[in-house]
Write a protein that binds this ligand. Sequence first.
Ligand SMILES: C[S@@+](CC[C@H](N)C(=O)[O-])C[C@H]1O[C@@H](n2cnc3c(N)ncnc32)[C@H](O)[C@@H]1O
Length: 271
Amino acid sequence: MTHPDKYLLGRGEAEETRLKRQIANLAPDSDAQFDNIGIKPGERLVDLGCGPGGVLHLLGKRVGSTGSVLGIERSQHFVEQARRFVADHGLSQVEVREGDAYDTRLPRASFDGAHMRLVLVNVPEPERIVREMVSLVRPGGWVASFEADFLALICDPPLPAWTSLLDAYKAYSAAQGIDLFVGRRIHRLFRDAGVVEIRVDAVVHVYPPGHERRTILRDFINNVRDKLIDGGFVERGDLDRDLAALENHLASPETLVTSNVFFRLSGRVPR
Ligand SMILES: C[S@@+](CC[C@H](N)C(=O)[O-])C[C@H]1O[C@@H](n2cnc3c(N)ncnc32)[C@H](O)[C@@H]1O
């Protein structure tokens, strides 16, 4: 059954640009995770919620010309962008299809490995996607998840506008049934879905002035700006005032800004 699309971040032009930058920004963290999994040439892989490119190139180079990578993405526009991305990388072993991660309609147990990055933190009922993902992998195959937890998204010195904006974002997400702290739970979600040999680590970054992800809170707020106002989560005047204060704070070289915690999990489907 197709799930109503309650995806948090929207798919506007600014978000598309942010996701395209994210491909390079997060590549080292994903590459390190893939190194640990030991992905082999010839494997058949699936990546759920691949966005306009995500990690398709990283997986594609690992499986080589004898393997295959299938990217599944809900947005037709992102599917087109991802197809262009893989064509630009000359990856004929990577295919991208429009589909719903809650119900991919792909054959069960038909992949050697499955991966998903930063989908669960933006959707309700993450356990349903995890179950679907695990069901796609053959006995003995691997699963990998890279997921955010808003625990560490802080600035110092503290700024009241940062706190109010983040509180509004958290309240809006919670009202949609979306857990911004799902990162810490993925080990449970995958274990409950039957995955064994689970390994988890975590990374946090400091985003210095000029870093493309330093403005991530502002970018998220702008993505849902109208929904925050229309839903009564914040007054328009307060939002504009807080965003201006945030902008100033981020521009100061004396402000420290951190990332979310990114939890990286890998595990196996039992034989
Ligand atoms: C934050 S983006 C991450 C994109 C990519 N995985 C990356 O890490 O760069 C989340 C992506 O999941 C997609 N998405 C959301 N809900 C989905 C669903 N039910 N099925 C498939 N894709 C979905 C969104 O359209 C978006 O492209």
